[in-house]
Ligand binder design. Structure first.
Ligand code: FMN
Length: 444
């Protein structure tokens, strides 16, 4: 395990290819840009993150425009909430890869609605085109609305989703390994483009998939893309411990983040993995200013721009529960939740500890529940180091409250403070995302 003196913080940026990345009031903030349908908006963000030496840019995704709150599209569309509009992450990230040299590019792709051959091929392509910077956020999806966009009445049960995901990732790994690293020869004279003895079918036959292979793309530079995951149910945590190299979590207290961190590292060990090959990144929404009072004013304005209904609308689809029948001035009762367990845990914890009404929960959810990372660059960096040193995480998934200004502030004010404290790189030392994250390249 790395010692405290040389342990380096990992930084990823959570960038929605849509209106909200961290704060539901963000797109209404006066300096927020609205050209989210223009490729140059994302390319500028990629370059800003690379200037800040970020490990990677992470793009979340879902497969539906949610109408979970009151069976209506109105709340998402009116408030420009988290699910209101989403571009395809793979296409956005290909454009980012083309305009950066070092930044990792992480795409969210569901194992419940696509086929392993298709996804293995797209990700191998992204890893080649980015020269070894691709990552895959492996999600199992969580809403019936997504299933209905793919010819199904409802989604598979949680266990079935994870069974399918396990086999999906296994097949994808076989496909990436269907070419040996040295299969491509490019010998003009003989001629020998590729060595047929170094490429082979996979002939996979399982419960969910029958795939002959081989892939029609050579083995990716990183062997396979970096695996990211964010499941929080028992099955989700086991899946993460088995496969994930980066785990994205949200917590509203240091103690719960520390407990999760310990638990997931133990689980990784029980799967025979080195816990240092599993990086836990904690979601945070930093509001940074040159002075404390500038940061406070910014925070107040942002919060003022967030309607509680925006948060409730997003929470409804993320829990896959219609919250409209519950009285907003009362505390949310305990629920059976089919959706994201991590988000429910966080909201239940807030409700229990602070006795918040549903309306207050909506507001807190909309503005980002973890409020500890606001202030001057020094204050934010100090708090990040505190959580990092306390082994609550190995780094952060920074969710900028508004774009692109939130990134500019973070890179200008927080990153230099982290570098001065020697907990974050002054420059990239490698070229691939695996090298940035200190991850082994999987052998063939
Ligand atoms: C912080 C966080 C971010 C997530 N982002 C996404 C996402 O972008 N797309 C998605 O389909 N699921 C997302 N999820 C859901 C999970 O990755 C997972 O597929 C889902 O929660 C079901 O797993 P669970 O039952 O173990 O929670 C996210 C979950 C968490 C906790």
């Amino acid at each position: 395990m790395s010692t405290s003196s040389n342990r380096q913080m990992k930084l990823a940026a959570y960038v929605m290819a849509g209106p909200v990345s961290g704060h539901h009031g963000g797109w209404r903030y006066p300096s927020a840009q609205h050209d989210i349908l223009d490729v140059r908006f994302y390319q500028n963000i990629g370059r800003l993150l690379e200037d800040g030496k970020f490990d990677m840019m992470f793009v979340p995704d879902i497969q539906a425009l949610p109408r979970r709150l009151g069976d209506s599209l109105a709340s998402q569309l009116t408030h420009g909430a988290l699910g209101a509009l989403r571009l395809d992450p793979m296409l956005v990230l290909t454009a980012i890869a083309a305009s950066t040299q070092r930044l990792g590019v992480a795409a969210t792709i569901s194992t419940s609605y696509f086929a392993p051959f298709h996804i293995a091929r797209s990700l191998a392509t992204l890893d080649h085109l980015s020269a070894g910077r691709a990552a895959w956020n492996i999600v199992t999806s969580f809403q019936d609305a997504e299933a209905r966009n793919f010819g199904l009445k409802e989604q598979l049960s949680r266990d079935e989703r994870y069974d399918r995901a396990d086999e999906f990732v296994e097949v994808a790994c076989k496909l990436w390994d269907s070419w040996h690293d040295d299969a491509l020869m490019w010998d003009r004279a003989t001629p020998q483009f590729a060595d047929p003895s170094r490429v082979a079918p996979i002939d996979h036959h399982g419960r969910w998939f029958d795939v002959e292979g081989p892939l029609n793309v050579s083995r990716p530079p990183q062997g396979r893309p970096v695996f990211v995951q964010a499941g929080a149910s028992e099955r989700g945590k086991d899946f993460a411990a088995k496969w994930a190299e980066v785990i994205f979590v949200t917590h509203s207290s240091l103690a719960s983040a520390q407990a999760f961190y310990q638990d997931i590292k133990e689980r990784a060990r029980s799967f025979g993995r080195d816990p240092d090959q599993v990086n836990v990144l904690l979601g945070m929404v930093p509001v940074v200013g040159e002075t404390e009072s500038i940061a406070k004013d910014k925070q107040a304005l942002l919060d003022d721009l967030c309607d509680p209904e925006a948060g409730l609308s997003t929470l409804s689809y993320q829990l896959d529960v219609d919250l409209s029948p519950f009285p907003q001035d009362q505390v949310l009762p305990d629920l059976e939740v089919g959706g994201v367990q991590g988000h429910y845990r966080e909201v239940a914890e807030l409700t229990r500890k602070q006795n918040l009404s549903l309306r207050e929960i909506g507001k807190r959810y909309g503005v980002g529940p973890l409020r500890d990372f606001n202030g001057t660059g020094g204050e934010v960096a100090g708090r990040m180091q505190e959580w990092f040193d306390a082994r609550a995480c190995d780094g952060f998934m920074v969710q900028m409250p508004y774009l692109p200004g939130g990134i500019e502030d973070f890179v200008r004010l927080v990153v230099p403070e982290l570098q001065t404290r020697k907990v974050f790189r002054a420059d990239y030392t490698g070229t691939t995302l695996r090298e940035h994250l200190g991850l082994d390249r999987p052998a063939h």
